[in-house]
Ligand binder design. Structure first.
Ligand SMILES: NC(=O)c1ccc[n+]([C@@H]2O[C@H](COP(=O)([O-])OP(=O)(O)OC[C@H]3O[C@@H](n4cnc5c(N)ncnc54)[C@H](O)[C@@H]3O)[C@@H](O)[C@H]2O)c1
Length: 319
């Protein structure tokens, strides 16, 4: 798998190993941490842009399928440096697909994102909803899906693109999110810095005016990868699957949940809305239930509790 030293990737590696998969992690450690890779996994420090090396690694370890998570993921950075995101994320998956072709590997689980939907018109977005990504990051994730569809036709690959919603929490404190691009770690960082956490806009057409998102525990998300990989082993399948809880929470509700978990009022403040932030993005999760037999098991409080435990144990490197 690619990106196994990262926040989500480390959880996916853990779940795959627990389900008796043999795992080879390919990661360049650009944002990931080697200490997150369990010793039962084989580690190859490698940037995925080197197609020849990737194909050699696949052949050397008799790889039969790929779980692809390595990518750049900061939406804001993608707005200011779009070509970096096109280069890394689209260049990355092109290189990977080419290496798979050279090594005759035909199955891939791909980490896509709810960012492909943009500003949805439906209360809940399903896999056939319109895609209007609002950032170069979201565009690169969508193009990744197109490349999978193209290689299904051209090279007979089988694939599952998991569209992750807002990922929170940790299975173990040492596997916490070390980045601070997501809401919950952003709140923790603000509190550590004795600043008031920001709610970006409270005039959206939602129940309390702040944006609504679908938050998913990283352990539940990791388990969806195991089921997706197993599905590709046992049957012929190609498709996109949303991975969320199907339940929306507003930013203010998340702030209140954090207050409850840490036992202290977070005393947030309202600031300007961020360009490109949709009012509401919540997953329709029927397809995950029917096709993967998967559903989320953790609620928001358990996500925030595990994230808080991880944050206290391991302050982020870039905090
Ligand atoms: N975190 C979220 O909320 C979220 C939501 C939707 C989708 N995603 C997607 O999930 C995936 C993993 O995200 P994450 O939060 O774990 O990010 P992360 O930055 O923690 O992990 C990415 C990993 O990929 C590695 N990597 C990056 N570029 C590489 C390259 N060119 N070659 C080899 N390794 C490389 C990094 O070193 C890191 O270990 C990404 O594809 C991201 O777009 C994340």
């Amino acid at each position: 798998m690619t990106g196994g030293a990262g926040y989500i990737g480390a959880h996916v590696v853990k779940s795959l190993l627990e389900n008796d998969f043999k795992v080879v992690v390919v990661d360049d450690l650009s944002t990931g941490l080697e200490r997150k890779i369990p010793e039962q996994a084989i580690f190859e420090k490698q940037n995925i842009s080197d197609t020849k090396k990737l194909a050699e690694i696949m052949k050397k370890h008799n790889v039969t399928g790929v779980v692809h998570l390595a990518a750049k993921k900061a939406v804001g950075e993608s707005m200011t440096n779009p070509s970096l995101y096109y280069q890394e994320n689209i260049g990355g998956i092109i290189s990977l697909l080419e290496a798979m072709n050279q090594a005759n590997v035909k199955k891939i689980v791909y980490s896509s994102s709810a960012a492909v939907y943009g500003d949805p018109v439906e209360e809940k977005v399903h896999e056939n909803s319109q895609t209007h990504p609002q950032s170069p990051y979201g565009e690169t994730k969508l193009v990744g899906e197109w490349l999978l569809k193209a290689d299904e036709k051209a090279r007979d690959i089988e694939w599952i693109a998991l569209r992750y919603f807002n990922v929170v929490g940790a299975a173990l404190p040492e596997l916490g999110d070390t980045g601070v691009n997501n809401l919950v770690p952003m709140i923790f960082r603000a509190l550590d810095n004795k600043q008031r956490p920001q709610v970006f806009g409270d005039k959206y057409s939602t129940t309390d005016g702040s944006c609504i998102r679908d938050y998913i525990h990283v352990s539940d998300l990791a388990h969806a990868h195991v089921l997706a990989a197993q599905k590709l082993i046992t049957e012929k399948y190609c498709g996109i699957i949303n991975v969320g809880t199907g339940q929306g929470f507003s930013v203010k509700q998340v702030m209140n949940t954090v207050s409850k978990v840490i036992g202290k009022d977070v005393n947030f403040e309202i600031s300007q809305p961020r360009p490109g932030d949709p009012a509401q993005t919540v997953a329709d999760v029927k397809k995950a239930a029917s096709d993967l037999k998967w559903q989320a098991t953790n609620d928001l409080e358990s996500m925030v509790t595990s994230a808080w435990q991880a944050w206290q144990k391991m302050p982020p490197a870039n905090n």
